[in-house]
Design a protein around this ligand. Structure first.
Ligand code: 8ID
Ligand code: ZN
Length: 349
């Protein structure tokens, strides 16, 4: 590993919800099937905030370096690695690795692998200058790509693209997106447009209203000021959206979406608010014959396809770049719901 420093800057926490420390830690060497990525930029996903807060019924490793939207350059690789060369661009995504041999991996459902390794959760992630990823799952990024701009595609982009495919919505049909002004939402609008769908965005505030409409939402509904959201959604979509992509970090929108979704429509559950349930009244679930389904990131094919939409200029996350040292401030803004689009960390600062 010539030319690679022994230590590097990282954002690390020792305790769930404890202080997040910006300090130097050792650079690890990749194992035989791994690559070492010099992360240039990393998006900050709300999942990183959930991980730090301990919101979910799944423990993180501790101490933990979070982050799973890392875009960078391969600087070292194990001797079994054949799909990356030194100098290639690579993405460190949520699904860091999987067994590749279980029933789920074999069928392309790699995120559901019981042995999945999760970047920034069960293994250290991209809030550091040098991160390790299993080569087989790392995202190949075309040379010449703007690494700051592609970072959010590595989780937010893949996830919403997959969720839209899972929704089975057809070109010309309506899709509602809850949490439309956030990191996942702003990309969901653009993938949906590119797939020929009509988009209704639900979120709050003038900034998110303007942003979502400039990205292609035909209608914006403000959840904080609209008295009867369900009635309004049904009215503007002339009978309810054919699909709903729920990326809001709140429980209420899930329940509402089961009420306003069009008969035979699909409610896709993507957002992961703490301790939340999806509640749908049985009678109307049956009589409207709706589908409620969970969607969890994407597999390697979804990754390549989601990146291809980006490379062809069809989607671009509205990003704001700040230094890696600013992560705690980004979490504060995210907690308050004040981030429109995505914050991306520059690991050199
Ligand atoms: O694979 C998956 N299923 C997956 C992948 C990646 C992320 C799931 N996630 C989850 C995250 O863990 C998080 O719970 O998706 C959720 C959204 O992540 P994000 O887009 O990174 O979060 P954000 O940028 O904070 O955006 C959330 C938006 O929701 C809005 C907020 O205003 C914000 O713009 N929102 C809230 I909070 N309550 C709302 C409501 N009642 C709402 N929008 C509509 N109605
Ligand atoms: Zn994420």
């Amino acid at each position: 590993m010539t030319g690679i420093p022994k230590t590097q800057y990282a954002q690390i926490f020792e305790k769930t919800g404890g202080p997040i420390q910006y300090r130097e830690i050792p650079v690890q060497a990749p194992g035989p099937d791994e690559i070492l990525v010099n992360v240039k930029y990393s998006g900050v996903c709300h999942t990183d905030l959930h991980a730090w807060k301990g919101d979910w019924p799944l423990d993180t490793k501790l101490p933990l370096v979070g982050g799973h939207e890392g875009a960078g350059v391969v600087v070292a690789k194990g001797d079994q690695v054949t799909n990356f060369e030194i100098g290639d661009y690579a993405g460190v995504k949520w699904l860091n690795g999987s067994c590749l041999s279980c029933e789920f991996c074999i069928n392309g459902y790699e995120p559901n692998c019981p042995h999945a390794l999760l970047s920034g959760y069960t293994v250290d992630g991209s809030f550091q200058q040098y991160a390790i990823a299993k080569a087989i799952h790392a995202a190949p990024i075309p040379k010449g790509t703007d690494l700051a701009k592609i970072a959010p595609i590595l989780c937010a982009g893949i996830t919403v693209y997959k969720a839209l495919k899972e929704s089975d919505a057809k070109p010309g049909q309506w899709v509602a997106i809850t949490g439309a002004g956030g990191g996942l939402g702003t990309l969901a609008i653009q993938y949906a447009k590119a797939m020929g769908l009509r988009v209704l965005g639900i979120d709050t505030g003038d900034v998110k209203s303007k942003m979502t409409q400039s990205l292609g939402a035909e209608v914006f509904i403000d959840f904080a000021t609209t008295p009867d959201i369900v009635a309004e959604v049904i009215k503007v979509t002339n009978g309810g959206p054919h699909a709903v992509i729920n990326v809001a970090v709140a429980e209420k929108p899930f329940e509402m979406s089961c009420k306003y979704v069009r008969p035979r429509g699909t409610v896709v559950v993507v957002g992961l608010p703490a301790h939340a349930y999806v509640k749908s009244e049985v009678f109307s679930t049956v009589v409207k014959s709706i589908t409620i389904k969970g969607s969890y990131v994407g597999n390697r094919a979804d990754t390549d396809e989601a990146i291809d939409f980006f490379s062809r200029g069809l989607v671009e996350s509205p990003i704001r770049i700040v230094g890696l040292s600013e992560l705690p401030k980004v979490f504060e803004l995210m907690e308050k719901g004040e981030i429109a689009g995505r914050y991306v960390l520059d690991t050199s600062k």
